[in-house]
Design a protein around this ligand. Structure first.
Ligand code: CP
Length: 312
């Protein structure tokens, strides 16, 4: 495959190859020298039109650990403020010889436009487009679950919160289904998207009914920046029904893990005692994000075999 635009692009074999490659690459993080020469001479451009902490930094770390050159572009401080279009930005990158463009954009579909426009010849990786998809987040989430639980066949994953605005929820629903898990989306009716009937998931409005059966609980941030202010739920009313606190955490099975893609709003969808508890794998998700993004770049750019013996 040349691009990674949607979790739906991945067959089960594709997804398992990414997870296995990431497992091999993850061991690099424990070595004193964390670099492989697999993508030496290649250029990866991080093209971020929306803010990011984890995704942008982990793609940068991933590309550097594979010895690629990295160019970071963020909308702030660029010529976008002077009215430059996505097309002209893309042509500029093409002129600089990018092999992969990792793009985050506020408009759903922007990475697809970039990949299919003919403006760039490089591989395009969707790093989050509007409320649509975030496929590498779903891959790192699946990788984290797989490391804790083994096969995801028949595993029950509850994804809780603002599904309406969540590209993470959509990509996870698609990928987890491909990997055999059963996904339940838990949200107030106002935070479920129109057309949810077409998603490969169950839905519920009742968090307390879902928690005792879940193997994984993934909490989502309420994305106020994508809401009309008149629809803001108050932290108190939201957390009472849909927040994960210590009392609710005690309903979970012993092996159940708690996840959050970040950024978290402590006290809204998750309390600090849960976020910092032994069940929480939230920090580990970030570590796994580097390995998964290394695997994605490596597989898309067809680097040399990622033998850990080659570490420089
Ligand atoms: N999970 C995630 O996409 O985080 P950032 O917005 O910080 O990249």
């Amino acid at each position: 495959k040349r691009h990674l635009l949607s979790a739906a692009d991945l067959t089960r074999d594709d997804a398992e190859l990414v997870l296995k490659t990431a497992e091999e690459l993850r061991s690099l993080a424990d070595r004193p020298i964390k670099k492989l020469p697999a993508l030496r001479g290649r250029t990866v451009v991080n093209l971020f039109f929306e803010d990011s902490t984890r995704t942008r930094i982990s793609f940068e770390a991933a590309a550097k650990r594979l010895s690629a050159d990295v160019i970071n572009f963020s909308a702030k401080g660029s010529s976008l403020s002077k009215g430059e279009s996505l097309k002209d930005t893309a042509l500029t990158l093409e002129a600089m010889g990018a092999d992969a463009v990792v793009v985050r954009h506020g408009a759903s579909g922007a990475p697809h436009r970039l990949a299919h426009s003919g403006w760039v010849r490089s591989s395009v990786v969707n790093a989050g487009d509007g409320t649509h998809e975030h496929p590498t987040q779903a891959l790192l989430d699946a990788f984290t679950m797989w490391r804790h639980l083994g096969s995801l066949d028949g595993r029950r994953v509850a994804i809780v919160g603002d599904v309406l605005h969540s590209r993470v929820a959509r990509s996870n629903a698609l990928l987890l289904r491909t990997l055999g898990a059963e996904v339940t989306l838990v949200a107030p009716p106002t935070l479920l998207p129109v057309g949810i009937e077409g998603w490969p998931v169950e839905t519920s409005y009742d968090l307390d009914a879902v928690l005792p059966k879940a193997d994984v609980v993934m909490m989502l941030r309420v994305q106020r920046e994508r809401m009309n202010a008149s629809f803001f739920p108050t932290a108190r009313e939201y957390s009472r029904r849909y927040g994960l606190d210590g009392k609710r955490m005690r309903q979970l099975q012993d092996h159940t893990i708690v996840m959050h893609p970040g950024p978290m709003v402590r006290g809204m969808e998750i309390t600090a005692d849960v976020a910092d508890s032994d069940r929480s794998v939230i920090v580990e998700q970030v570590t796994n994000g580097v390995a998964v993004r290394m695997a994605v770049l490596y597989l898309l750019l067809g680097g040399s075999e990622p033998s850990i013996g080659e570490a420089e």
